[in-house]
Design a protein around this ligand. Structure first.
Ligand code: DP6
Length: 360
């Protein structure tokens, strides 16, 4: 499947060498992407908050070469990481038609994260989006007429081919990926900024990430997505994601935080319910994940504050809350929740505006 809009005209020239650097954030889905078809087409639309502090910084050095094929080396926090190569080769193979210069250069990819290494935080979204952005930035140097709007679209389109959720990290603070009847401009190919009114209740919304388990995931996202093929509840789940986005459109307009909480928590638990009812089945929540969830529910009942949780494909808990309730909620998190984290590790984050080029 080739999407011709993103296939460039032949470049008029190639630069001999140089480097580009991009900073790209992670994101947290409110309505989850779980299940995909060939070419990284999502089985249902998803919507996410872009984060502000959890970021990957990537520098791409390029040097013209005459040999055939891809040539690159990859470093993570200064250390060569050959184990990252297969995923990048697969990414390059998928995107070469859109970036024909890929085989003309040798690349040195240097990358680091602002969040702790192996924190169990999905680094594929920030990592793949940062790499896609560096590559599109290089292309822009070869074709300076590219507009900012096209730049962002192409970066998101390419990032999706690296890791689906990465296409939601280019911009912020609220991104939709996947075609939805009631969201104009939404597309299975790339993420777009949420195009409608968002109530001030959601300004600077906060996300404290509780690192319950920093180990390697037992099941990769790719394997998890695949288990939605033939899953007995798949069709109902995909339909539910559409309905939940419709409900969120209303919530973003009215600022109804109670309705927000009910949609977001149901999405998180449905994601895990899909994993627990697939064949083979598995659980990614840990006892501490449930401890935290129960304490959040009890605290919300007692105080009436608008604290809620969401989960990724792992044991960590994202605690979401509005900025004007942050003081009390952060105190509660520190006093009652971080004891359930590995080494009491947590990250305070909030909504961000997306990726940024870095001049070095
Ligand atoms: C549970 O984007 O990591 O975080 O496309 O196979 O790289 P691939 O999957 P990935 O899946 C993320 C799944 C999720 C939900 C979400 O972010 O929407």
């Amino acid at each position: 499947m080739i999407v011709s809009e993103f296939v460039p005209k032949p470049y008029k020239f190639l630069l001999d060498s140089g480097s580009v650097t991009y900073n790209s954030p992670s994101n947290i889905a409110l309505v989850k992407y779980w299940g995909k078809e060939a070419h990284q087409i999502p089985a249902n639309p998803s919507i996410s908050f872009t984060l502000n502090n959890c970021k990957t910084l990537t520098t791409l050095q390029f040097e013209k070469k005459t040999t055939k094929g891809f040539s690159f080396e990859v470093f993570f926090e200064g250390i060569i990481k050959n184990e990252f190569m297969p995923k990048i080769v697969q990414f390059f193979e998928r995107i070469e038609v859109y970036l024909p210069f890929l085989s003309r250069y040798h690349f040195k990819i240097e990358t680091s994260n602002t969040f702790p290494h192996s924190s169990g935080i999905a680094s594929s979204a920030s990592g793949m989006s940062a790499l896609a952005l560096c590559l599109v930035q290089l292309e822009q140097r070869l074709n300076p007429e590219t507009t900012k709007a096209f730049f962002n679209k192409k970066a998101s389109f390419l990032a999706r081919l690296g890791s689906g959720s990465a296409c939601r990290s280019i911009e912020g603070p609220l991104i939709v990926w996947g075609s939805h009847d009631n969201i104009i401009g939404s597309s299975d190919f790339l993420g777009i900024k949420y195009p409608y009114e968002v109530h001030p209740n959601f300004n600077n919304f906060c996300d404290t990430i509780l690192l319950v388990d920093k180990g390697e995931k037992q099941v990769s996202s790719t394997v998890g997505h695949d288990l939605m093929h033939g899953h007995p509840f798949a069709e109902q789940r995909f339909a539910q994601a559409h309905t939940n986005i419709d409900a969120l459109i209303k919530v973003f307009k009215t600022g109804d935080l109670s309705a927000f909480i009910s949609i977001v928590e149901r999405e998180a638990l449905t994601l895990h319910a899909m994993m627990m009812s697939s064949d083979p089945y598995f659980t990614l929540m840990k006892p501490n994940t449930l401890e935290i969830i129960n304490k959040i529910w009890a605290f919300r009942k007692k105080t009436g504050l608008h604290i809620c949780f969401t989960l990724d494909a792992g044991a960590n808990v994202h605690v979401l809350f509005p900025e004007n309730e942050a003081n009390e909620i952060r105190q509660f998190v520190k006093a009652s929740l971080i004891m359930h984290c590995q080494n009491e590790h947590f990250i305070e984050d909030n909504l961000g505006q997306g990726a940024q080029p870095i001049k070095i």
